[in-house]
Every structure is written in C-alpha cells, then in structure tokens.
Write a protein that binds this ligand. Structure first.
Ligand code: FES
Ligand code: FE
Length: 431
C-alpha cells in the first residue's frame, strides 16, 4: 500500500474539454496531477525504450527511464531483450550508473550486490551474515513484464496485461512505416544520443509533434529563411502547403504536408534515394504525405520526424521540466556518406542546437513559465482549430483532419483524460 498522497484521485474531467477544444493549464503545472500521470498514464502505457540496433551482442545494455522510473534494458545470453528497474533491491541505489555499455553483471557500487543480465541476484558480499530465510532468488531486479518491438523500436510497459503493442499502435503503424520500412533491412542508429533538459511539461512537446503544424510558418520563419536556396524567403514548397493530420483514437497523431514533389531534405539522401522503389513499397499516398517533413507522436511521449530520421522521447522530470533524448536513425543499407549526411542534416535542424529545435524549445519554456501565475493558470487554452473537420477520406488509413488543425491534439488529451480517470491495475482497492 503506497502513501495516501501517492494514491489521491483527481477527476480531470473538468480540465479537458476535447469536444469543445478547451484545456486547463493546470495539466501542465499541478504536482498532484503530475503524480497521477505517472501512475495512470505512464505506468500502464507502452513506452519507448531504445532501438534494437543498440543491442547486438549479449551483455549490451542501455539505461533509460519509463516515466521517472530508471530502467536498464539488456540483451541476455540467450539474446533476449529484457528490462529491469535500475534500482538495487538492497538499499535502492542504481545498480548501473553508466548510460550504456557491455557487461556480464551489474554490481551495485553501494555495498556490492551483483545481478546478471537476467536480473538475477548472483552475488552478495558477506552473504553468511543474512538469516537462513534469505534467498537470492527472492531479491532479483524488478523486471518490466512486457517488452515488444515494432520495426526496430523497442517498447516496454509495466502493465501486467497490456493490449499487444501492434494493436495499440493501430493505424499509426502505417504512418510510422514511412520512416521505418523503406526496405527489408530496416534502420539503425547513427552517432550518439543527444540529451538535453528543457523547462516545460512533457505534454507541450508531445502534443506539438502530434498536432501542431500551425506554428511552423510563424515560429520557424527565420529558420525557413535560412533554409531558403535564395536566402530571400522560405522555400515555396515548405510553407502554405496543404496536408493532412492523422487523428488516432489512442492519442497518437501525425501531421504531414502533401505534395507530389515530396522528398528527403538532405541533398545527399535525396540524390541517393530511389523514389520509384520507395513508391512501389510504400505507395504514392505515403511517399507524398507521411514521408515528408512532418512530425508525429506515439502516445504518450515518443515522437519522430520522418525525413530527418529523428526519433526522440520526452522524459518527464516533474510538471515543469522534461529531458529530451534524441537519436538519428538511418536506413541500414545506405552507404556511409549518406548516413553521415542524414546525421549532420538532423543535427543542424533538430539537434539540441538545431535551428528548428531552438524555436520549439523556446516556445514550450515560455508557455510553461507563465502558466504558473495564479490568474494565468485559470485561463483556458484554445484547441478548436479544425473542430468537426475530422473525416475518413480513403487515401489515408483511419481518421484524418486538415494539416492546420488541433484534431490530433484534442484526441491526445481525450486519451490522456480517459487514462487519468481510470484506476490502473496497481491501485487495487486504493479508491
Ligand atoms: Fe546496492 Fe546496497 S544498495 S548493494
Ligand atoms: Fe517546430
């Protein structure tokens, strides 16, 4: 039984009016709402952990977070992916303080308990000092019960009986494949993982990637100017495009311009790409739409930019802080110079100091900073663009809306509200 404060139930119905397109700013600032998010949104959901390319040999490991819980993803001797709470069962220190690496065992640096790649406790200094009832088998690392992969992306969930990952992705998988499934070889990670901290609630970033194309021409005007071949103005084919927005019932979302000339932005990648083969595999609708400079979010906190090959997670660090972790992925079959060109292009645009990334982070921090004001906090936000524009048009799977629309944002918060108002498995008779 957890302390009462950790179990307090807040009915968030009054904070999210997804039908009317209104949102209360308390969802970004309130500490009790944040605590409830950890147990009702993060604990039961599929959360992105890592890319399969990070695990080649038994013993490869990667330390990350699920919500605020530190986890350790390992490849066992049997080459099985597993994940564990990165917290020693003795006094709770992290058993692994490295970000990633190769090992046989994880030895806690506090008193020296040692765990193998399957999370089993294998060695305890001065074990003779414990009572006879002490069994090492009872003190292994706490295992994440379900790990599943989708086209190179590894997800895990604490939910003991989740719906399968593929099912939870639904039609979103079709949109994700525009980035992940260019050929049979799949993708790999190139370069390191960038990590940076932003002052802002994680949802500000997640919802923006799901739904917000509206900000592009304004917020990124100067960046678009720099990208302009003439230096005089944004490239015609970037601004004022028509496009679509995918609106997923599970809270995922993707926005993408639609243009018959759509292509990879990085010149070297563009020159290398066989668009005929890509159209054969993915279909015209996908190459002219989701495989563009759009962006997307897999609920709750995994986002990506298809033409940049940027995949990222918005780790929550309290209601007003997030840590962004971003990878660049490329097609495995690309020659090295093409992979490097994509890495550099992503770095320049959406790396921690990328010209677009700067604009977005600044906006989120700005919205967060003022939301804490007492009067400000009570003034609702507007998510009404495109209300009623959602439809199935047959060209794209599922429901889509206009490019400039808040439709996927409304469904993101509708899903959030549903989870927030549903006791999770671990709450038992807590309410
Ligand atoms: Fe890990 Fe004591 S906390 S061995
Ligand atoms: Fe942006």
């Amino acid at each position: 039984q957890r302390p009462a404060e950790m179990r307090r139930n807040i009915d968030v119905s009054g904070l999210v009016d997804h039908e009317g397109g209104l949102l209360d700013r308390a969802v970004f600032t309130d500490h009790s709402i944040y605590a409830q998010e950890m147990r009702r949104v993060f604990a039961p959901s599929w959360l992105f952990l890592a890319h399969t390319d990070q695990f080649k040999k038994p013993g490869d490991f990667f330390a990350t977070f699920m919500g605020e819980d530190p986890v350790l993803v390992t490849l066992t001797r049997e080459k099985k992916l597993k994940a564990f709470l990165n917290s020693c069962r003795h006094r709770g220190a992290r058993v692994c303080r490295a970000d990633f690496g190769q090992t046989r065992n994880f030895t806690c640096s506090y008193h020296g308990w040692s765990y193998d790649l399957d999370g089993k406790l294998v060695s305890v200094p001065n074990e003779a000092g414990y009572p006879e009832s002490f069994e090492r088998d009872d003190w292994g690392l706490v295992e994440v019960p379900h790990i599943e992969t989708y086209n190179g992306l590894i997800f895990g969930t604490w939910n003991p009986s989740p719906i399968p990952l593929r099912e939870s992705l639904g039609d979103m998988a079709w949109y994700m494949d525009a980035m992940l499934d260019h050929d049979d070889d799949g993708t790999e990670v190139v370069g390191g993982i960038h990590k940076w901290v932003l002052d802002g609630n994680w949802k500000l970033a997640a919802e923006q990637f799901a739904t917000d194309w509206y900000h592009v021409n304004m917020s990124h005007a100067s960046a678009l100017m720099v990208m302009s071949p003439t230096g005089k103005g944004p490239r015609d084919e970037i601004v004022h495009r028509t496009g679509r927005q995918y609106v997923d019932p599970n809270g995922h979302g993707a926005g993408f311009p639609v243009h018959t000339k759509n292509r990879f932005d990085a010149k070297t990648v563009h020159d290398h790409t066989d668009y005929t083969a890509l159209r054969e595999r993915l279909g015209d609708a996908r190459v002219e739409g989701p495989l563009t400079n759009g962006h997307a979010t897999v609920f709750p906190n995994f986002s990506y930019l298809p033409v940049n090959g940027s995949i990222r997670i918005w780790h929550p660090k309290g209601p007003d802080k997030m840590e962004v972790w971003a990878w660049t992925i490329v097609d495995k079959c690309w020659p090295d110079e093409v992979k490097q060109a994509q890495r550099l292009y992503n770095l320049r645009t959406f790396g921690p100091s990328g010209i677009f990334e700067q604009d977005d982070g600044e906006n989120w921090s700005e919205c967060q900073a003022i939301a804490a004001g007492f009067i400000t906090n009570g003034v609702a936000l507007n998510y009404q663009m495109g209300l009623g524009s959602e439809r199935e048009d047959g060209r794209y799977p599922g429901t889509t809306s206009e490019l400039y629309s808040d439709a996927a944002g409304r469904s993101f918060y509708a899903r959030w509200r549903t989870l927030m108002n549903t006791p999770a498995w671990h709450e038992g008779d807590a309410r």
